[in-house]
Design a protein around this ligand. Structure first.
Ligand code: SAM
Ligand code: DTB
Ligand code: SF4
Length: 345
């Protein structure tokens, strides 16, 4: 079973140099690629502490070894069931206990979801991610989701779902229906987690990730930055993700979208360069993963987004809405891609 790691000892050959200012990370990178590397929190803190130019150079080198440097994957999100969630995630506008003014919506009918998926495909998205504001799906929900997944897949899109905690057998049902990815985030470092969520614990999240992996579904797992955490806590999150065995195929790095009515509304703003550093650390420690520049892009300048791509982000959410909050209009993203010479996939 996956275990919480703290500041654990690391395998031999893992870079000690990452904690120095001019790291030679090559030995460790080889292990990271083979999946055998184990990163300590302090090593990742060493990466985050690097001079900015060195950090971005290293991230870009790693990126180019494994990915086309000018290609970005596009996923479109839809909220198939909105609001009224019993959980207490302090960032989330969909938790029933906070008064955020969002309108609750029961599960959307299949034809509406399919129309949105077809439109996303026509706009250039390659993956369609279906999110639901549940603690976890009930059996009847899984049956409806399975139907939705199959129908979206039949349109020629990759499928992703984020439905909360899974019970035994549910991941297998989703896999059977054709689900390619399941998104379930660790959100933050273990030591900061209790400040943000109390209704499910870290191990619950690891257990769901293990069910997803066990069913043969690709894992999409990341976190949120800008919730008032320290750099040490950002290192702790990246360590948890990078030490999953294997590390996730897809790693969304969300910037907190501050929503009025949630406990985290009013959190002091994070320096955008700290966000860029976190993206770079994800790229360096998880070389083959798709690192997604996720929530928070609407509030980000083109320049900060460009730095995130330079730091190794190679996937975005595309379309004018995330789940309940805004995302850049497709036209703004097309203009940004043109400006940067980026291609979509
Ligand atoms: N209810 C399911 C769950 O929590 O697993 C699935 C949907 S939930 C909205 C998916 C993820 O969105 C959360 O784990 C969190 O990382 C991210 N998220 C939610 N609200 C956010 C916000 N205001 N800013 C940034 N990310 C957010
Ligand atoms: C992820 O890591 N970010 C997405 C997706 N996975 C489901 C969700 C972001 C939600 C932002 C707040 C909202 O729109 O409600
Ligand atoms: Fe519910 Fe998911 Fe929002 Fe947490 S993040 S309150 S589980 S919808």
């Amino acid at each position: 079973m996956s275990q919480l790691i703290s500041d654990m000892p690391v395998n031999s050959g893992v870079i000690a140099a990452a904690t120095q200012k001019q790291p030679d990370a090559s030995a460790n990178l080889a292990e990271a690629v083979s999946g055998s590397a184990r990163w300590s929190v302090s090593q990742i803190e060493g990466v985050l502490d690097m001079p900015f130019n060195d950090l971005l150079h290293r991230a870009q080198q790693v990126h180019r070894q494994h990915h086309d440097a000018n290609t970005v994957q596009l996923s479109t999100l839809i909220s198939v069931k909105t609001g009224g969630c019993p959980e207490d995630c302090g960032y989330c506008p969909q938790a029933a206990r906070y008064h955020t003014g969002i309108e609750n919506q029961d599960m959307l009918p299949l034809d509406e979801v399919l129309a949105t998926a077809a439109a996303a495909k026509a706009q250039g998205a390659s993956r369609f991610c279906m999110g639901a504001a549940w603690r976890g799906p009930k059996q009847r929900d899984i049956e409806k989701m399975a139907e939705m997944v199959s129908a979206v897949k039949a349109l020629g899109l990759e499928t992703c779902a984020t439905l909360g905690m899974l019970k035994p057998g549910q991941a297998e049902q989703l896999k059977q229906a054709g689900l390619d990815y399941y998104n379930h985030n660790l959100d933050t470092a273990p030591e900061f987690y209790g400040e943000i969520i109390t209704t499910r614990n870290y191990q619950d999240r690891l257990n769901t990730l293990e069910k997803v992996r066990g069913a043969g579904i690709h894992v999409c797992c990341g976190g949120i930055v800008g919730m008032g955490e320290s750099r040490h806590a950002r290192a702790g999150l990246i360590a948890q993700l990078a030490n999953l065995d294997p590390y996730p195929e897809s790693v969304p790095i969300n910037h907190l979208v501050q929503v009025e009515g949630t406990p985290l509304h009013g959190t002091a703003a994070l320096d955008p360069l700290e966000f860029v550093r976190t993206v770079a650390a994800a790229r360096i420690t998880m070389p083959k993963a798709m690192v997604r520049l996720s929530a928070g892009r609407q509030e980000m300048s083109d320049a900060v987004q460009a730095l995130c791509f330079l730091a190794g982000a190679n996937s975005i959410f595309y379309g004018d809405k995330l789940l309940t909050t805004g995302n850049p209009e497709a036209e703004r993203d097309k203009a940004l891609f043109d400006k940067l010479g980026l291609r979509s996939m």
